[in-house]
Design a protein around this ligand. Structure first.
Ligand code: ADP
Ligand code: MG
Length: 680
C-alpha cells in the first residue's frame, strides 16, 4: 500500500506536469488513487452483433470488415467528412467521422474490427458515427469508460492504469483480513482492481464489483460503529431523578403516545453512566420540541445544565421563546446566546453560564464552537440535524464532560436508510401527530391557474391569515437571487399591492432575516416571499397557505417540510404546488404530495422515484461519499457488512490488529480523516 501511495501520478510513464494537473482535478494524485478511480461503465466487446441484428438508436458493438475507404470530403469550411464502409457478410454499414482523420486513418481495408457506437439508419441502410473500435484479433474483453475531464482521454487513463496495476501486482497488497475474504467469498484486492478496470467479461467484473462494494460498505459501517463506540463514553452526568410529572402537568395539552415514548427513551438513556446518543426522527409537526423541553427540564431538576442548538438564529430565537414560556414557570433559568449578539452581552452571558446561573442555554451551533464553558453540561440538543455531519456530531459529544446528545431530525427518512445513515445513533421514531390536526389541503396547479391561486391567497389574507410563497433557490445562485427579488417586487406592485409583502432569502444578514421573520410572526407582514430558508422549523400558527413556485425543483421530502410550515394552528390550511413540468416523474411526485400527508410515506416515495440521492446528498447527513456501492441497490450487502463490522470490532475494538490495518486506513480515507480528525 505504501508503495502505491508513494508513487505519484507524475512518476507514471507519459504523465507530465500538465496531465498530472488534469488528474488532480479528478482528485487523483498517486498510483493508489488512480486505481481507486473506478470506471463509470464498460463497453462490452465480448458479444458483438451483426449489422442487421443490432438495435437502432442504441449503443452496440458490431463486428465488421472494412472494405472501402472514401477519400476525405470537404463539406464546407471547417467541416471534413471521412467515410468508411464495412460489412459483416450479410449487410453493410457506413462509418463516419467528422473532422477526425485519426479514426479514419487507423482503419485498414480487409481488416475486421469490433465497432462500438450508436447505430442509426432505416429499413436497409445502417450508419455509425465516430465509433470506438478495436481490431478483432485483440482479446476482446470489456473496455472501461471513465468520467473524464477535458484533455484527458480514455486511452491515456487506460495506459496509466495498466502501469499502476503492474505496480500493484508486485506490491502484493490486501486491504481486508483473509478470514473475511474466505467467509464472504470475496476475491483478492489485486484481482478486484485488475477486473474492475479491465474485466475479461461480465462475470469477472461482477466478482470484482462484489468485493469492492463489500469493502466500501464494510469500511462505512466500521467507521460508523467506531464513531458510535467513541461517542458512548462514560459520563458523570447521569440523571438520578427522572421524575418529571410537574412538567407534564404544566403542558397545555396531553402529549401524544409517540412523544411519551421518545421522552421515556431519553430519560432512560440519561440515567445510564454512558452518554446518550439519540436521534428523534419525527414528522413535521409531531412535536419534537416538547421532547427536547422534557429532557432539558429533567436536567435542570437534577441541577445539571442543558444546551439546545438550532441551525439558524431565527430558529434559536423561536425555541428560546417557546421554551422560556413553558419552562420558566417551572423554575428553569434560560439564556439565549447567538453569534449576532453584541460582544459585551455575549461575554456577560458566558460568564453567567460558567457560574451556573443558567440551567438551559439556547443558541445557534456557534455556541459550542466558541469558548463557552459550562459549569456542568449534561445534555446537548441539536435541532434539525440534517445540517450536521457525522463528524460534527462526534465533536459535539466530546464537548465538556461527555454530555448526553439528543439530535432532532425534521426529515423523515425511510426506515431502511435511517439504520445506516444514523449508524452512530440510537433512534426514536415519532410517526404520530397531535390530535385534532387538520389535513393540509394540497393542490397541484399549472401556471395558467396562477391568477386563481393569487385570488385564493388574497381571500385568506383578507380573513386575517398569512401566507408563504416559496421559490426554489440554488445556494449562491445569482440568477435565482435576482429572480426571487424581482418576483417579490412584482407581487408588491401588482397582485398584492394592497397587502404587506416581505422578502426573505439566504443571502440576507442574520439580523435582516431575523427582523423579517419577526415581522411575519407579529403579523406585520402578510405575505412572505421566501427561498427555502423557511424550510426548517419556523412556526407561525396564523399562516395558512404555502405556495411553491416551480414545484418540480423541490425534492418530495423538502416539499413536505415546507408544507409543514402551515397547518400549525387551528385554521384550515392549504398548500399549492405550481408547476408546468409534465414529466412522468414530476406528476407522480405532485400526486404523492396531494394524496399523502405522512412524511414517512412521502420519504419512501421519494426514495422510489428519485433514489437515495436526496437523502444521501451531502447536505443532509454528512455521510462520506461512496465510489462504487449504491446504498439502495446494495441494501443486503449493507446489512451483511454491518454484521461483519460488528463482529470485527468485537474482536478488535480499535482496529489495532495487523490484519485490520488496511481497513483502519480505508476508514480514515472514507471519512476524510485528515480534514476532520474524527478518528484521532
Ligand atoms: P416539530 O416536530 O415539527 O418540531 P413542534 O415541536 O414545532 O413540531 O410542534 C408543532 C406544534 O405543535 C407547536 O405549536 C406545539 O406547541 C404543538 N404541539 C406539540 N405537541 C403537541 C401535543 N401533544 N398536542 C397538541 N399540540 C402539540
Ligand atoms: Mg421543530
Amino acid at each position: 500500500m505504501e508503495r502505491l501511495e508513494q508513487t505519484t501520478i507524475q512518476s507514471l510513464q507519459g504523465v507530465g506536469k500538465k496531465r498530472a494537473e488534469l488528474y488532480a482535478r479528478l482528485g487523483i494524485h498517486t498510483a493508489y488513487s488512480l486505481l481507486r478511480f473506478y470506471p463509470r461503465s464498460y463497453i462490452d466487446f465480448t458479444a458483438p452483433l451483426g449489422i442487421m441484428e443490432a438495435p437502432l438508436e442504441q449503443p452496440a458493438v458490431i463486428r465488421a470488415e472494412v472494405y472501402k475507404k472514401q477519400p476525405e470530403q470537404r463539406i464546407r469550411k471547417g467541416l471534413t467528412l471521412y467515410r468508411v464502409y464495412a460489412t459483416d457478410g450479410v449487410a453493410n454499414m457506413t462509418i463516419t467521422f467528422f473532422n477526425n482523420p485519426y479514426g479514419y486513418e487507423q482503419l485498414a481495408i480487409g481488416q475486421t474490427y469490433l465497432f462500438y457506437g450508436k447505430l442509426t439508419g432505416n429499413l436497409t441502410r445502417r450508419e455509425m458515427g465516430a465509433p470506438i473500435f478495436i481490431p478483432d484479433a485483440e482479446t476482446p474483453g470489456m473496455q472501461p469508460v471513465y468520467h473524464l475531464t477535458e484533455g484527458l482521454t480514455s486511452k491515456m487513463v487506460m495506459t496509466n492504469m495498466r502501469e499502476a496495476l503492474s505496480i500493484l501486482q508486485t506490491a502484493a497488497v490486501e486491504t481486508l483480513p483473509a478470514d473475511l475474504l474466505k467467509e464472504y467469498g470475496l476475491c483478492s484486492f489485486e484481482y478486484a482492481l485488475q477486473n474492475i478496470h479491465f474485466p475479461q467479461d461480465a462475470y469477472t467484473l461482477s466478482v470484482a464489483k462484489k468485493r469492492l462494494i463489500f469493502e466500501e460498505l464494510l469500511t462505512l459501517q466500521t467507521g460508523l460503529l467506531l464513531l458510535r463506540q467513541r461517542n458512548r463514553k462514560e459520563t458523570r452526568m447521569r440523571l438520578r431523578d427522572p421524575e418529571i410529572s410537574e412538567f407534564y402537568a404544566a403542558l397545555p395539552f396531553a402529549l401524544t403516545g409517540a412523544q411519551r415514548r421518545a421522552i421515556d427513551d431519553c430519560l432512560q438513556d440519561m440515567q445510564k453512566n454512558t452518554s446518550m446518543n439519540r436521534l428523534i426522527q419525527g414528522d413535521v409537526g409531531s412535536g419534537k420540541t416538547m421532547v427536547a423541553a422534557a429532557c432539558c427540564y429533567a436536567c435542570s431538576k437534577n441541577r445539571l445544565q442543558a444546551a439546545m442548538m438550532a441551525p439558524t438564529e431565527i430558529l434559536a430565537l423561536q425555541h428560546y421563546d417557546s421554551l422560556t414560556h413553558l419552562l420558566e414557570p417551572l423554575g428553569v433559568r434560560t439564556a439565549l446566546l447567538t453569534g449576532s449578539m453584541p460582544k459585551s452581552r455575549k461575554e456577560k452571558c458566558k460568564a453567567e453560564i460558567a457560574a451556573g446561573e443558567y440551567d438551559l442555554v439556547v443558541g445557534t451551533h456557534a455556541i459550542l464552537q466558541e469558548t463557552t464553558v459550562f459549569q456542568n453540561l449534561a445534555l446537548v440538543v441539536t435541532d434539525e440535524q440534517h445540517r450536521f455531519g457525522v463528524a460534527q456530531r462526534a465533536r459535539l459529544a466530546q464537548k465538556g464532560d461527555n454530555p448526553h446528545v439528543l439530535v432532532m431530525s425534521a426529515t423523515p427518512i425511510p426506515r431502511t436508510l435511517a439504520l445506516i445513515m444514523y449508524g452512530d445513533l440510537d433512534v426514536s421514531v415519532m410517526d404520530e401527530l397531535p390530535q385534532g390536526r387538520q389535513k393540509i389541503e394540497t393542490a397541484a396547479m399549472s401556471t395558467d391557474q396562477r391568477a386563481k391561486a393569487y385570488r385564493f391567497i388574497r381571500r385568506q389574507l383578507d380573513a386575517g391569515r398569512q401566507a408563504y410563497i416559496v421559490c426554489p433557490m440554488i445556494e449562491d445562485s445569482e440568477t435565482d437571487l435576482i429572480s426571487v427579488t424581482a418576483y417579490a417586487e412584482e407581487l408588491r406592485k401588482g397582485e398584492f399591492a394592497s397587502y404587506s409583502v416581505g422578502l426573505l432569502h439566504g443571502r440576507m444578514k442574520p439580523e435582516e432575516k431575523e427582523a423579517i421573520m419577526g415581522q411575519f410572526k407579529a403579523g406585520k407582514i402578510q405575505l412572505l416571499v421566501a427561498t427555502t430558508v423557511v424550510e426548517v422549523g419556523v412556526d407561525v400558527p396564523n399562516a395558512t397557505v404555502m405556495m411553491l413556485e416551480n414545484a418540480e425543483r423541490f425534492g418530495l421530502s423538502q416539499m413536505h417540510q415546507l408544507r409543514g410550515r402551515v397547518g400549525r394552528g387551528s385554521y384550515k390550511s392549504y398548500c399549492i404546488l405550481l408547476s408546468d413540468h409534465n414529466s412522468q416523474e414530476n406528476l407522480a411526485r405532485l400526486q404523492a404530495m396531494c394524496q399523502t400527508s405522512d412524511g414517512f410515506k412521502i420519504a419512501e416515495e421519494d426514495l422510489k422515484l428519485r433514489g437515495p440521492g436526496d437523502f444521501f446528498g451531502d447536505r443532509q447527513h454528512g455521510l462520506p461519499k461512496l465510489k462504487i456501492a449504491d446504498m439502495m441497490e446494495d441494501l443486503s450487502v449493507l446489512r451483511t457488512t454491518q454484521q461483519a463490522a460488528r463482529a470485527l470490532l468485537q474482536k478488535d475494538p480499535l482496529l489495532e490488529m495487523p490484519a485490520h490495518k488496511g481497513l483502519r486506513r480505508m476508514v480514515g480515507e472514507l471519512f476524510e480523516e485528515e480534514k476532520s480528525g474524527t478518528f484521532n
